[in-house]
Design a protein around this ligand. Structure first.
Ligand code: AMP
Ligand code: GLY
Length: 423
């Protein structure tokens, strides 16, 4: 089978690495890919939202399945684009249709979905420029900290958590009146603050059947001890040690099952990955957000623990036969540490040569922001490379990743030395 992966990050390199292990794969393409995917697949320099160019590629190369990595093309309707085109409608697309992708594209839509289907989440109300005063009054009924969320996609920056009521009112005004996040903050969701520890659950669904994939926990802040600015993710571990069987049963019964059934009831066609961001409040899981794709760097620890052929899983997703598959999971823990460019998540330089990564022996190297140029591998983004290791527990796995990181070098390389510190 010929497969195209759309995207260019660590998530897509990990998917490529995993699909390459399938005896049923005949050729793998990644658009646009990175230096890591260039090693194991054919990179095609096409942007993830250039649906016409993707169409040409798929038809010319007789590609049979398209696996969509990031949310952007899904929210923009890449799956619908395929279904509506008679030349493309027979090609499997892994990722929800546009209507279902709105679960990530609009926080208000996601909240309404959860309310409708009785899925536990923070209490909320949403506001627009016409209801700013009501927004102020709603904030006055809450206690600090205040959680303000831009409704639309804001590149992971649209959530503000504020300690002071006056500050929260000021930010609400700036989001609604001054369009702090552009169109994304035309509507703002104000939410009850949930105190607890976070984890993520990943589900692969064919719209009816589903498989619960391994849990993971990521570390989003740039600084040690979870301080400083938010990033795309600085590291992750899987499984999450506190997600025991009792807690997982609750997640399954109260969240995963009603989510998949809700998609069906609401006529939201979904063949793909669901990323459920959760917070453990006391002993109860509550949903913080849905993403309509895999996480990054969570993929770098989730897929290495899946022993089942990923191509078989994705084929079953397209065919609607996921429930017939037996999912095999590696019992070991996987941990990943992200190497980032100095300055990230603020301004940073690109184009630094990366050396040593080919000598890494006991760990997996997944490229994120890298580029192949004149035979050299250069940095090409804030998050550069994820180093994943296995261990009997997360400490052992992390120790191996940290030892192997010593082999890798680039100018101003930075990484968090305390992944897993809170467990
Ligand atoms: P999101 O973009 O929705 O994932 O939100 C970003 C981060 O904000 C989450 O990972 C949480 O750490 C935090 N967060 C979001 N909603 C809440 C909430 N209701 N209570 C506490 N923290 C939250
Ligand atoms: N690591 C968080 C995300 O992929 O959204």
């Amino acid at each position: 089978m010929k497969i195209l992966i759309v995207g260019s990050g660590g998530r897509e390199h990990t998917m490529a690495w995993k699909l390459k292990q399938s005896p049923k794969l005949t050729k793998l393409y990644v658009a646009p890919g990175n230096a890591g995917t260039a090693d194991i697949a054919q990179n095609i320099p096409i942007g993830v939202n250039d649906f016409e160019a993707i169409k040409q590629l798929v038809l010319e190369e007789n590609i049979e399945m398209v696996v969509v990595g990031p949310e952007d093309p899904l929210v923009n309707g890449i799956h619908d684009f395929f279904l509506e085109d008679p030349d493309l409608s027979g090609i499997a697309v892994i990722g929800p249709q546009k209507a279902a992708a709105t679960l990530e594209g609009s926080k208000q839509f996601a909240k309404e979905f959860m309310m409708r289907h009785g899925i536990p989440t923070a209490a909320y109300q949403s506001f627009t420029v016409d209801t700013l005063d009501e927004g102020y009054r709603f904030l006055e009924t809450l206690t600090a900290p205040y959680v303000l969320k831009a409704d639309g996609l804001a590149a992971g920056k649209g959530v503000l958590i504020l300690e002071e009521l006056e500050q929260a009112k000021k930010e609400l005004k700036s989001m609604l009146i001054d369009e702090k996040f552009g169109n994304a903050s035309t509507t703002v969701v104000i939410e009850e603050f949930l105190a607890g520890i976070e984890l993520s659950v990943f589900v692969l669904t064919d719209g009816d059947g589903y498989q619960i994939l391994p849990t993971a926990k990521d570390y989003k802040r740039i600084g040690e001890g979870d301080t400083g600015l938010n990033t795309g993710g600085m590291g992750a571990i899987s499984p999450v040690p506190f997600a025991d069987n009792v807690f997982m049963d609750k997640i399954h019964a109260n969240i995963v099952k009603p989510t998949v059934e809700g998609l069906k009831k609401d006529n939201l066609p979904y063949k793909g990955f669901i990323f459920i961001g959760l917070i453990k409040v006391g002993d109860e899981p509550k949903v913080i957000e849905y993403n309509v794709r895999m996480g990054d760097p969570e993929t770098e620890v989730v897929l290495p623990r899946i022993q089942t052929d990923l191509l078989d899983l994705l084929k079953a997703t397209a065919a609607g036969t996921l429930n017939e598959i037996e999912l095999k999971i590696d019992d070991r823990t996987a941990a990943t540490v992200m190497l980032v460019s100095g300055g990230y998540p603020e301004a940073y330089e690109k184009g630094k040569e990366i050396t040593g990564f080919r000598n890494v022996q006991d760990a997996l190297v997944f490229h994120a922001g890298t580029q192949l140029k004149d035979g050299k591998v250069l940095t090409n983004g804030g998050r550069v490379m994820a180093i994943t290791s296995y261990g009997e527990n997360f400490k052992e796995a992390l120790a191996t990743s940290y030892t192997n990181i010593n082999t890798v070098r680039f100018d101003q390389m930075n990484y968090r030395k305390d992944i897993g510190f809170d467990l």
